[in-house]
Ligand binder design. Structure first.
Ligand code: XMP
Length: 310
């Protein structure tokens, strides 16, 4: 792949598509939407507005970090707090696909309102090839797939979608992101799904349960960083397990640690995490998050498991 040529072509393409109009970039701070935002900013300059939706489902410190990185690149990012809306749409839902569809609907209807407010016509988003393939295969309802499965975004939500990265796989997007001048903290970042921590909370997604998995995620990311896995995170199960806290029996939460190696996320193998690292994570999680009484490590490859839990 000729990265420089790809960037030139896409910048030109975005310029042609959007014309005199305005566009909004849906930025999450992941490598895909970050690369997409820089491409669109090069093409459109002030005709592009970049919005980060704070869904209430992001990792610790994420919104502020994204604003800081993009400020360094001369790109203003507006943070829109949509957490109430997302939690309301997810309340009471436990079925994985129902949760994904609720997230997708809230995501696009909220962006539809932003597009309308800004008098824009286009939403630029970082859909990549694997997202499309897996959604079309019916493996999961990826949050950012509409047209490819027959949903017209213009009819449903009032905007057209621009997807400059839709033919690339993750490792190619990283090359593009690097060439665009994004820092290593972004171009080498672990993939993180659009529906964010909602994909890692089994059962109902509530602010309390998200806070718990968020705290465990910080510990997993810190302790596993040196191993540089393709992706590593914590998952909160819906079941509970008996434990002992302060000498008393407690029926506490169960956290699963998942870490995988992969090239394109289409298949994956569990990371061979050294036992002492696993033990340290388990000790820290139970010590720092008292509601958790058990921690386990996930050993399943993809297939048959997927990387995320919903
Ligand atoms: P799975 O769980 O299907 O995930 O093995 C494959 C890769 O895709 C990420 N993923 C998503 N990314 N929106 C995204 O932007 C989504 O809805 C979504 N679901 C999963 C996942 O983190 C992994 O890297």
């Amino acid at each position: 792949m000729n990265v420089k040529k790809f960037i030139e072509t896409q910048v030109e393409e975005i310029r042609k598509t959007v014309g005199d109009g305005k566009a909004i970039s849906a930025l999450s701070g992941g490598v895909d939407s970050s690369a997409c935002t820089v491409l669109a900013h090069r093409a459109l300059g002030p005709k592009l507005k970049s919005i980060f939706f704070d869904t209430g489902l992001m990792r610790a410190g994420e919104p502020a970090e994204v604003v800081k990185v993009f400020a360094g690149l001369g790109i203003d990012v507006e943070i829109a707090d949509k957490s109430q809306e997302f939690f309301t749409s997810l309340a009471g839902k436990t079925d994985p696909e129902e949760k994904r569809k609720a997230f997708r609907y809230t995501f696009y209807s909220a962006f539809g309102r932003e597009v309308l407010k800004s008098k824009a016509r286009y939403l630029v988003q970082g859909t990549i090839a694997a997202d499309i393939i897996e959604t079309q295969k019916g493996l999961k309802t990826q949050h950012n797939i509409l047209e490819q499965i027959g949903i017209d975004p213009d009819e449903g939500f009032g905007f057209k979608v621009v997807e400059p990265l839709k033919e690339l796989f993750k490792h190619e997007v990283r090359l593009v992101a690097k060439e665009l001048g994004l820092p290593e903290s972004i171009y080498a970042r672990m993939p993180f799904p659009g529906p964010a921590l909602a994909t890692r909370v089994i059962g109902e997604v509530t602010p309390e349960r998200v806070a718990l998995v968020r705290a465990a995620t910080v510990i997993v990311e810190e302790e596993i960083a040196a191993l540089k896995p393709f992706q590593a995170f914590a998952v909160l199960l819906n079941d509970k397990g008996t434990g002992v806290i302060d000498g008393k029996r407690a029926f506490g939460n169960i956290i699963i640690i998942r870490s995988v190696e992969s090239r394109d996320a289409m298949t994956a193998e569990p990371t061979a995490v050294p036992f002492d690292v696993l033990i340290k994570m388990a000790k820290r999680i139970t010590a720092e998050i008292p509601e958790v009484t058990r921690v386990a490590y996930e050993l399943t490859a993809k297939p048959p498991a997927t990387i995320e839990y919903i």
